[in-house]
Write a new protein. Structure first.
Length: 243
């Protein structure tokens, strides 16, 4: 990412630091440093919330599961708790990047675009991670083991990064990225006008039709499906009957 020095700004740093993966140019494209910067904060939050449901059920399962009318409400409450924590987490990451940029005397080129970049970054990251965390927790209720569910989910999560590393035909590559939930937060591949203002001078590759509204639509669909699956699981699972 050394080419960032050519057109420095606070907005550009927010676009790149928390949301950058190299677009695959050769048969195999893998930048370890960039990938670690991208993945480590997300892995931390997965581990922190991997047993968010299961631990509570394990401690108070009789209370939760002997009151059938409270199950869905309990699930929604936990969903909002996770969502608030995730928003706070990614706001802190964004604020940290902004402070680092300002300390290094980088300018804000447009207040409007700065706010848009920060908002889009937080919103997309929160929804992506929320989907994965919900999947992990729902799976933990099904198999009654938080560690195993986290391991399985992380395997699936890691596998879903392959369109970011393995070069395919452009049409297939674009399709796989555009429907892939874990790659929706890679802002450098989006073609929104307020992002392209900063990315186009860098000649960064973008995906046609891959914009914030598309990502919001795709992630919204995945989120609704996982919430419905979670509600169904909460209504039917009987933890008190399991060891």
């Amino acid at each position: 990412m050394t080419f960032l020095a050519d057109k420095p700004s606070v907005e550009l740093l927010v676009i790149f630091i928390p949301n950058f993966l190299s677009y695959p140019e050769g048969k195999l494209t893998f930048d370890l440093i960039s990938f670690l910067i991208y993945i480590v904060p997300r892995l931390y939050i997965f581990i922190a919330f991997g047993d968010f449901f299961y631990e509570d059920f394990r401690i108070s399962s009789v209370y939760v599961f002997t009151r059938k009318d409270n199950r869905v409400r309990w699930f929604i409450d936990k969903l909002f708790q996770i969502s608030k924590d995730l928003v706070f987490y990614f706001v802190i990451i964004t604020v940290t990047v902004v402070i680092a940029a300002l300390v290094n005397n980088l300018p804000v080129l447009s207040v409007q675009h700065f706010l848009l970049v920060c908002t889009v970054s937080v919103v997309l990251n929160v929804i992506v991670i929320l989907i994965v965390i919900l999947l992990t927790n729902i799976l933990s209720l099904y198999i009654m083991n938080a560690e195993v569910s986290l391991f399985i989910t992380l395997l699936v999560y890691t596998f879903m990064y392959f369109p970011a590393f393995i070069k395919l035909s452009d049409s297939l590559q674009h399709l796989l990225i555009k429907i892939n939930p874990v790659l929706q937060a890679v802002l450098v591949w989006h073609n929104d006008g307020f992002l392209q203002k900063y990315l186009k001078p860098l000649d960064a590759p973008v995906i046609p039709g891959f914009n914030f509204y598309w990502s919001l639509l795709i992630l919204g669909m995945y989120l609704v499906l996982i919430i419905l699956a979670g509600i169904k699981m909460i209504k039917t699972v009987e933890i008190i009957d399991r060891k």
